[in-house]
Design a protein around this ligand. Sequence first.
Ligand code: ADP
Ligand code: MG
Length: 254
Amino acid sequence: MENALVLKNIKKKYVSLKGETLAIKDINLAIKPDEFVSIVGPSGCGKSTLLSIINGLISPDNGSVYINNQKISGISIDIGYMLQEDYLFEWRTVYKNVRLGLEIKNMINKNTDNLIYKLLESYGLKDFAEHYPAELSGGMRQRVALARTLATNPAILLLDEPFSSLDYQTKLTLEEEMDKILKKEKKTVVLVTHDIAEAISMGDRIIVLSKRPAFIKKIVDIDFEDNLTPIEKRNKKKFQYYFEIIWKELDINV
Ligand code: ADP
Ligand code: MG
């Protein structure tokens, strides 16, 4: 099967007046269509840098990114990107924030209204279409951000710690919702997180990164019975088993 996303020999260093920081040493990775890959690694190891490279926001010093076997440089329309902070525009309504994703990618047409209302409905936001972000809870704001990201129907979804600013209950709820949405929509997903439990409950495969400079220390295939939700997975014996394997590999010094 063709790969949806391939990273080949990615290397990145940041240069500043204080010197050089090697963020990514050498990363090779191939991700299949519809696969959900979770990337875990210690804080500051280079996870966000890697996603920015995939998204074309920064260019690597070495190596290339391929989408559907095509080498890409710069921002790709096939990719949707969601971050820890929701970056909602406070002066725009929920409806107009979701519309923004389509505006930026030049995808407004006569079906836009319809599409947005459908999205808002399935994300439980229909009654809030004319509300402003300040009137919403943190979880609702992240749902708006997700709707905005998925409105353009990207084949690949990059998630950079999207739940880490939320309280535990909201985070679990959003994981369940996102899991449901992604099962329906069939996307290739790369989730970056420092939360091992989140990585295991959402992912088909876990990539464990080393401390900075990042390289791949270990890859763990996650295999639960079909159709379990993230919360159901958290209650399985196997979950603890995966947790321990990954915990041992993570270099976390406190
Ligand atoms: P993570 O997302 O895993 O926490 P990052 O990719 O944000 O890590 O950062 C990796 C390393 O690169 C860190 O040491 C960070 O300080 C450094 N870094 C990130 N962005 C920049 C930048 N724009 N300029 C210089 N150094 C940076
Ligand atoms: Mg980060």
